[in-house]
Design a protein around this ligand. Structure first.
Ligand code: BGC
Length: 764
């Protein structure tokens, strides 16, 4: 395809038609000139519908491997693993002639209640964006495009089509956009999908600041910006803002509006051509990389390999939350009672557009039987409704009669957690907790397995001897569970999100979800950034997870003690398996500004590494590199990232709450902020700037009322012994005084003219 030749050959109508899909999953073909390509969901498995199409996962799709969902696989903190999953997804797309897979989803977990949290990676943008990059690179290495979504600030399902999310610029940059930024800059996804909602008043698919200023200009993104399905709004404003493709199609009136706007001069031909050029480039890539399905190995063999990968991923992503007296791993031959309907109807994925028609899925009972484990089983609780059914409870108590260990599979049913709506609360269904309480009266150890896509409150945790969170672990989750339970695999996942003690502790709890406008009042304080700042206890901290072994951290070495924000500094330490079985450790690096002049989180994740499988006694040297961005915050006065000169603690830990090694680094920021002074500038800020202080001194001759501490003290009426304190108080009062207000206190010595002259000199 010669793109420029095609553009010059296309009519205005044909160009406009390329900005809308031709059908639910296809771009617009133009006979003899432009072929169509197919996109489909995503993210953790292929959902290709050959019959009737929908965006809610209702109609059947082709069999495909269902990998662990985003929330689950992120607990692995393993970018190589997610790359391999991406490769497998790309292969399945090639097998089905799909050119773009709609994922990964990288929205931040602002609230544990978001119905779609099972699909998203984390509450931390650094972790989320790095995992997303691995996913995208894997998919695209197979010649299939990835589509990062939903850009941006799509953090609730309630009223998702119209909600106006209000967030300040710093919050956007440091949290909600940062989750996209690294992945978009480094992995260059073929597509970016805009969210349904508005951000600060504009729909995302016609948002000049998000699309033009940030995505295109700052991040240099030249791929296609596609709407979420049905999210596009005004066609002309969209093209103006750098938006390219409205899906699904056809939407003839949208094409007509674009034609009309170009004809009457409201939209420039260049803007439309730029958009057409991007769509054609995408189509070209799709067609050129398209492999005939036969070129990929046969489905049976491929699916077996992918199932094995899904199993490995589920095992690597499981998080062991509790393990009293090392009750896990279980001993072979221990008599087991398996309780809970999830053991029969596995909850291995979430509901909605990501719903995959799995190629194969054993349930827990089948997986145990395959491993030669005998057990008794009872459903224990009803799943469709949250009522305690005494018959179910009795069956469960009976099933536990001869058991030595009770394996209780709890979790969130589809009815409470899915795309399209948010959870109402953060609890497990009441009938499940009731059952746990009743079983605990038997005095037998209870191992709780959790099948869910997001945290739950766990005041019941003391009733469980062990808790193993399998999350929504994909089609091989049951087999992975058996391996973990019997020690054939060692849990090594760590939470990519905090589990707060209760919903009310979450920073968005007071205003989540909203119907029209959601104000992100908590700013950058999301997840652990908030709980740490508020010193709130949590149920399980960010980055937490147990293992059947334990690791020793030592020998931290920092390359040097001082660095500028233009340099990179490296850090290394040794991690040793100090236990009795082989295992992998996730090592986390946090940066803490020691005395920032602006409000900042206590610490933030700026690096993570997962060791290889270490045998008992074996050591791995883990290395990190930090650059200027690792220390920066987004400074809105210069509209840029800014590193404040000062000391920063580098904290290396096994979780955000378990720091094992640390060092301090002095970082010099090289960007200068030239202040712009106005009549509203505070005296304290002016006096802290030597040039400004000197000018004020010269012009006011030191006579300005309210500014002279000694004078204020004399008149204060405080007894002598308090004079020093009083002087400080009055000084502090003066510090906050806006410069312009001095006109009122100068007894005529400072006029408005003189003030303006002073400002003119200051801002030269
Ligand atoms: C979802 C997207 C999905 C699209 C197509 C929408 O409802 O938000 O994530 O890719 O449908 O199914």
């Amino acid at each position: 395809m010669d793109i420029e030749a095609i553009i010059s050959d296309l009519t205005l109508e044909e160009k406009a038609s390329l900005t809308t899909g031709s059908a639910f999953w296809y771009t617009q073909p133009i006979e003899g000139k432009v072929p169509a390509i197919m996109m489909t969901d995503g993210p953790h498995g292929l959902r290709k519908q050959e019959g009737e199409a929908d965006m809610l996962g209702i109609n059947v799709s082709v069999p495909a491997t269902c990998f662990p969902s985003g929330a689950t696989v992120c607990n692995s903190w393993d970018t190589d693993l997610i790359f391999r999953i991406g490769e497998a997804l790309g292969e399945e797309c090639q097998n089905h002639d799909v050119q773009v897979l709609l994922g990964p989803g990288v929205n931040m977990k602002r609230s544990p209640l978001c119905g779609r949290n099972f699909e998203y990676f984390s509450e931390d943008p650094y972790l989320s964006s790095h995992m997303a990059a691995g996913h995208i690179n894997g998919v695209q290495s197979k010649g299939v495009g990835a589509c990062i979504k939903h850009f941006a600030v799509n953090n609730q399902e309630t009223c998702r089509y119209s909600l106006n999310a209000i967030a300040d610029e710093r919050t956007l940059r440091e949290i909600y956009l940062a989750s996209f930024e690294e992945a978009i800059r480094t992995a260059r996804p073929w597509m970016v999908m805009t969210a349904y909602n508005k951000v600060n008043g504009d729909y995302c698919s016609e948002h000049p600041h998000l699309l033009e200023d940030i995505l295109r200009k700052e991040w240099g993104y030249d791929g296609v910006v596609v709407s979420d399905w049905g999210a596009a709004n005004d066609p002309v404003r969209g093209v103006e803002a750098g938006f390219d493709l409205r899906m699904p199609g056809p939407v003839p009136c949208a094409d007509e509006a674009i034609v009309e706007a170009v004809q009457n001069g409201a939209l420039s031909q260049e803007k439309l051509d730029a958009c057409v050029r991007r769509v054609l480039t995408l189509v070209k890539k799709g067609i050129e990389h398209r492999r005939s399905p036969e070129a990929v190995h046969s489905s049976g063999e491929m699916f077996a390999e992918h199932h094995a990968l899904a199993l490995k991923a589920a095992a690597e992503s499981a998080v062991l939350l509790k393990n009293t007296d090392n009750i896990l791993p279980l001993q072979n031959g221990q008599r087991l009672a398996v309780i809970g309907g999830f053991a029969k109807n596995t909850r291995y994925q979430g509901g909605g557009s990501s719903n995959v028609n799995a190629t194969k899925s054993l349930n827990l009972l089948e997986a145990l039987a395959e491993a030669g484990v005998n057990d008794t089983f009872a459903r224990g609780f009803r799943n469709k409704v949250d009522v305690v059914d005494e018959d179910y409870v009795q069956e469960a108590l009976d099933a536990c009669c001869d058991a030595e260990v009770i394996l209780l599979n709890l979790g969130l049913p589809f009815r409470v957690e899915s795309e399209g709506f948010d959870r109402k609360d953060m609890t497990l269904p009441h009938n499940q907790i009731d059952l746990l309480n009743r079983l605990s009266t038997l005095g037998k150890p209870i191992i709780v397995l959790l099948s869910l896509g997001a945290p739950v409150e766990a005041p019941w945790a003391d009733k469980a001897a062990a808790i193993l969170a399998m999350y929504t672990g994909g089609q091989a989750v049951a087999e992975a569970t058996v391996r973990l339970l019997y020690g054939e695999a060692n849990p090594c996942g760590k939470l990519a999100e905090t589990w707060p003690c209760k919903l009310e502790d979450n920073p968005s709890a007071l205003n989540y979800p909203q119907k029209d406008t959601a104000v992100y009042e908590e700013g950058v304080y999301i997840g652990y950034r908030y709980y740490e700042k508020k010193k709130l206890p949590v149920q399980y901290p960010f980055g937490y997870g147990l293992s059947y072994t334990n690791f020793r951290y030592d020998g931290l070495q920092l390359e040097r003690a001082e660095v500028t924000d233009r340099e990179t500094v490296s850090l290394s330490l040794n991690v040793t398996n100090a236990g009795a079985v082989a295992g992998r450790e996730i090592v986390q690096l946090y940066v803490r500004p020691v005395s920032p002049s602006v409000s900042r989180p206590v610490k933030e994740l700026k690096g993570f590494r997962k060791t290889r499988l270490l045998q008992p006694g074996e050591t791995e040297t883990v290395r990190f590199a930090l650059d200027g961005r690792s220390f920066a915050y987004y400074n809105t006065s210069i509209s840029d990232w800014f590193v404040e000169s000062g000391r920063y603690d580098l904290l290396v830990g096994a979780s955000s709450a378990d720091i094992r090694q640390s060092a301090t680094l002095f970082v010099t920021g090289t960007k200068q902020i030239k202040p712009v002074y106005t009549a509203e500038s505070r005296i304290g800020d002016l006096l802290a700037d030597p040039k400004a202080a000197q000018l004020i001194g010269m012009i006011a001759g030191g006579q300005m009322g309210g500014m002279d501490n000694s004078q204020a003290t004399q008149n204060s009426g405080f007894p002598d012994e308090d004079a020093e304190d009083a002087a400080m108080d009055s000084g502090a009062l003066g510090q906050d005084m806006p410069l312009g207000k001095l006109v009122n206190f100068s007894g005529g010595r400072l006029s408005f003219d003189k003030l303006n002259m002073l400002l003119g000199m200051l801002n030269q």
